[in-house]
Design a protein around this ligand. Structure first.
Ligand SMILES: NC(=O)c1ccc[n+]([C@@H]2O[C@H](COP(=O)([O-])OP(=O)(O)OC[C@H]3O[C@@H](n4cnc5c(N)ncnc54)[C@H](OP(=O)(O)O)[C@@H]3O)[C@@H](O)[C@H]2O)c1
Length: 323
């Protein structure tokens, strides 16, 4: 990641930075981030720095240390660590006092046990506080597909292992991502709606309350720096349920483009042009847990779409009109 990106993010976020309630981060603490080079890991590093953690107190564990060379130059300890290579973990975690385990992508077999191995290695390394990124709905068995049921069951089992590992713990049940490697599914939808002037609402649509990686990263940073007094579960969601109609309304507000909303009937086939992932495992719910944990609410759908207005106009072929 370019240093300029880090500095910009820090400058922008500093103004809105809220300190974690019950913060207990101490000078002697060293924070281990497992999965530091992913999208969420990268955002967590930024939020920890913005919240005042000195870079040299960060131990960044990744399968690709070369991707985090910029943080090594700034003073962080960047180490190789791979949950599929448990022998790498003792050295990766050495000297850490707190661990954030960012859940790796799902695997067909033995996934919770690999996470348990990481928790145990952390405790053996002297880590006494662990935060784990689980998934919203881990305890609800909502998944309509076997794949979704498998993923939620694996997260729930991992939660059980964490609770039993001997460390104080916080579980973050993360809601559906609003953004992604590029701009994310909402912007993709908005582009399509602006291009065609049409939004199709599938019959029985499950509306979710998605939130950005940066909001989830801030929750992880706040949790990791907190006092862990009450090992507990946070269910992190966006501020509102979002469906096709909501995206259409926000897109019109941002771009001025009129969009006709078409509600499908029960016997109409819905064929999305843009895949958005296995949303059937996420419950349709809104909580205030992000606010409780971080002191601020999540980025709203309108704020997010407004921030991507120029991209939506450009990609949908609409003329740019400065506001
Ligand atoms: N809430 C949602 O909507 C949603 C959607 C998709 C995924 N997720 C979950 O959220 C996690 C983070 O999301 P993201 O957007 O940051 O994904 P991402 O950019 O694809 O990053 C994948 C993450 O998994 C880690 N990882 C992969 N294999 C690993 C291994 N063998 N050992 C240790 N770490 C490993 C990576 O760490 P390094 O590359 O640094 O080693 C990285 O942190 C995903 O892994 C997935 O479990 C949530």
């Amino acid at each position: 990641m370019a240093p300029i990106r880090l500095l910009l993010a820090a400058a922008v976020l500093l103004a809105s930075c809220a300190t974690a309630p019950h913060q207990s981060f101490q000078r002697e603490d060293r924070l281990v981030i497992s999965g530091a080079s992913g999208l969420l890991g990268d955002a967590v590093i930024q939020r920890l720095i913005v919240r005042g953690v000195p870079v040299h107190d960060l131990i960044l564990v990744t399968r690709r240390p070369e991707d985090l060379a910029v943080y090594a130059r700034l003073g962080a300890s960047v180490r190789f660590g791979d949950l599929n290579a448990p022998e790498s973990l003792p050295a990766a975690y050495r000297g850490g006092t707190r661990l954030l385990l960012i859940s790796p992508p799902p695997a067909p077999k033995g996934w919770p046990e690999r996470n348990r191995t990481a928790f145990e290695a952390a405790v053996r390394a002297g880590i006494r506080r662990i935060v784990y990124t689980s998934i919203l709905g881990a305890d609800r068995d909502l998944g309509d597909s076997p794949q979704a049921r498998h993923i939620t069951a694996d997260h729930l089992q991992t939660e059980r292992y964490l609770e039993a590992c001997g460390a104080r713990w916080i579980i973050l049940r993360n809601g559906f991502y609003l953004d992604g490697p590029r701009s994310g599914f909402v912007v993709d939808r908005a582009v399509e709606m602006a291009r065609t002037s049409r939004a199709v609402v599938p019959y029985g649509e499950r509306r979710l309350a998605p939130l950005t990686h940066l909001d989830l990263a801030d929750a992880a940073a706040a949790a990791l720096m907190g006092n862990f007094a009450d090992s507990r579960i946070y269910e992190l969601t966006g501020a509102q349920l979002v469906g096709m109609r909501d995206i259409a309304i926000a897109t019109t507000a941002a771009t001025g483009r009129a969009i006709t909303v078409v509600d499908q009937g029960p016997d109409q086939q819905y064929s999305p042009t843009i895949p958005i992932g296995p949303i059937d495992m996420f419950p349709s719910m809104v909580t205030g847990d992000l606010q409780r944990l971080t002191g601020h609410g999540p980025t709203s759908l309108q704020e997010y779409i407004d921030a991507h207005r120029d991209e939506i106009l450009a990609r949908s072929g609409l003329a740019y009109s400065p506001r």
